[in-house]
Design a binder for this molecule. Structure first.
Ligand code: SF4
Length: 112
């Protein structure tokens, strides 16, 4: 039953794929509990946030820090990052992952 053991999940993508990526691959994998979401087969999952890191445009990690704080407040402790962040051309992936980890949020590198 929805609401019992509900796992809140956030998905992060790179802002630079805006206008290039439909994001349907992430949603398909999430909705079908496949690829990097298959470990949730026996759990109720809730897509609570779909975000971009904004580090390139803002030249700051403030938004990622803010996101992490808001996720904790809203009981979101699992973040999946898309391959567009995993292969971040600005080489910010580790910094992004470390911010979430420092707040107790588990980061899974991959969506589909
Ligand atoms: S820092 Fe990386 S993931 Fe974030 S917008 Fe720039 S290229 Fe994309």
């Amino acid at each position: 039953m929805l609401g019992v053991n509900l796992m809140n999940i956030a998905i992060g993508i790179c802002e630079k794929v805006n206008g290039i990526c439909t994001t349907m691959g992430c949603f398909k994998a999430f909705n079908n509990k496949e690829k990097y979401f298959k470990s949730y087969k026996n759990e109720e999952i809730n897509l609570s946030s779909f975000f971009t890191c904004q580090i390139c445009s803002s030249e700051s990690k403030d938004w990622v820090n803010e996101l992490a704080d808001r996720f904790v407040k809203n009981n979101i402790f699992k973040v999946h990052i898309g391959v567009c962040i995993v292969k971040c051309k600005a080489e910010k992936k580790e910094e992004i992952v470390n911010i979430f980890k420092s707040k107790g949020i588990k980061v899974i590198e991959g969506t589909h």
